[in-house]
Design a protein around this ligand. Structure first.
Ligand code: PMP
Length: 439
């Protein structure tokens, strides 16, 4: 399991750390907490920093490196396409990988005529979905249907409208004025903390729709497992119930599978577990497995066809310079083939059971741990305080295992290719770091 010895001369770690401190504006990182991990190479589930330390990446980059690092098949697809054609899909042109990928996604989603719009990040996918649902209703004679509902603890991205939808004040405080028309719905109970209180279920969505006036509501956006909100799987039956409520009121259902899509929860898509059909689906992270910035919005033929009636363009007025980038699409096709041929969905489900089972057995009753939860290779350990979670995260890092902090919750989400011994190492390391942080 040890990665091959690096072949290139090691860059000066100190020099890189100094340049990093002076010149990089670090996204979503508190200043003054010490040096960043400046990574220089990776192989399988391991990454190496500029000082030569190797880590097991227990968070898959940013939940996206589902095939780990330097995957030969993905690297080959990327370099082959780069040498063949670098282009995009908008303004009257498209390209072979984008066309093939859109067709493959339709097949995977069981939507024979499903359509896909490609973009570059999950936030852009959210933004595109907001524009699509509002324009769709307007084209169907309901221009007043503009209000977008989302869960109080959701996270849908950092661009202004996506941030306005997201629950955490970290996403939007100080960035106003924010776009209008976003209303939050109480998050259904799913954590140990909730058990003491009576938390609303799907009826809270219907109440919000009625309070806004159903005729004013465009869509409800929902993540099947709240990720940044603390790795909180929605209660069983919730998605089915909100699907019915949306149908009853003419509200579109947008499922955000940016984080959960492509095997993270041990299924191709997490919403499958509930057997529902979303009107739109946002995808990102695992789509290109982090090898290039790439994301997508998929929708039904019926919604896509409505844009033919747009009086200004006769088509969808949305897109970016690099929409449908051929490199992103070629990489994603290779990622999907790899997941299929290597049986990684079934593997992720098995490894996920080992991870969630191991964490529950070994950590649930430790002092300072309030809850252990998760689905597939997407687990969360909630601590009693933010400080304790940070201490445990730093303890894991010193022991060579990277996990991700979401406030008082530590997120564990290794690449889908992780093996049993590596899962056991993650669980052992978390156990030791938690004991040390409470001793
Ligand atoms: N939706 C969800 C559920 C996410 O977790 C994220 C990112 N963490 C986003 C959207 C935004 O994606 P990106 O960071 O690629 O803009």
């Amino acid at each position: 399991d040890t990665p091959p010895a690096p072949t290139a001369p090691r860059p000066a770690g100190e020099e890189l750390a100094e340049l990093d401190r002076r010149h990089l504006l670090h996204p979503w990182t508190p200043y003054g907490v010490g040096d960043q991990l400046v990574l220089v190479e990776g192989s399988g589930v391991e990454v190496t920093d500029a000082h030569g330390n190797t880590y097991l990446d227990g968070r898959s980059g940013q939940f996206n490196a589902t095939l780990g690092y330097s995957h030969p098949r993905v690297v080959a697809a990327l370099t082959e396409q780069a040498g063949k054609l670098m282009t995009y899909a908008l303004l009257g042109s498209s390209n072979e990988p984008a066309v093939r990928l859109a067709a493959r996604l339709a097949e995977l989603l069981g939507e024979p005529d499903g359509r896909t719009l490609f973009c570059n990040s999950g936030s852009e996918a959210t933004e595109a979905a907001i524009r699509i649902v509002r324009m769709y209703h307007a084209l169907r004679g309901q221009p007043q249907r503009t209000t977008v509902l989302s869960l109080a603890d959701s996270y849908h991205g950092t661009t202004l409208a996506a941030a306005a939808m997201s629950g955490s004040p970290l996403a939007w405080t100080g960035c106003g004025p924010l776009p209008e028309g976003f209303v939050r719905v109480p998050t259904p109970g799913s954590t140990v903390r909730d058990r003491g209180e009576v938390r609303p279920g799907a009826e809270a969505l219907e109440e919000a729709i009625l309070a806004q006036g159903a005729e004013n509501v465009a869509a409800f956006f929902v993540e099947p497992v709240l990720g940044v909100g603390g790795i909180r799987p929605l209660p069983a039956g919730y998605l089915r119930a909100v699907r019915e409520i949306c149908d009853r009121h003419g509200v579109l259902l947008v499922v955000d599978e940016v984080t959960t899509g492509f095997g993270r929860t041990g299924e191709w898509f997490a919403h499958r577990r509930e057997g529902i059909r979303p009107d739109l689906l946002t995808l990102g992270k695992g789509l290109a497995a982090g090898y290039v910035p790439f994301a997508a919005v998929t929708t039904t033929a019926e919604i896509a066809e409505a844009f033919a009636a747009d009086p200004m363009l006769g088509g969808l007025r949305h897109g970016h310079t690099t929409s449908g980038h051929a490199l992103g699409a070629a990489v994603s096709l290779a990622v999907l083939e790899t997941i299929e041929e290597e049986g990684l969905i079934e593997h992720a489900a098995a490894m996920g059971e080992r991870l969630c089972g191991g964490l529950t057995d070994r950590l649930k009753d430790l002092e300072g741990v309030s809850d252990v939860r998760g689905v597939g290779l997407f687990a969360g350990i909630e601590f009693d305080t933010f400080d304790r979670a940070t201490q445990v995260m730093l303890g894991c890092l010193r022991a060579g295992v990277i996990v991700r902090s979401e406030g008082p919750v530590l997120a564990v989400a290794p690449p889908l290719i992780v093996n049993a011994a590596q899962i056991d190492r993650i669980v052992d390391t978390l156990h030791r770091a938690t004991t040390a942080a409470t001793g």
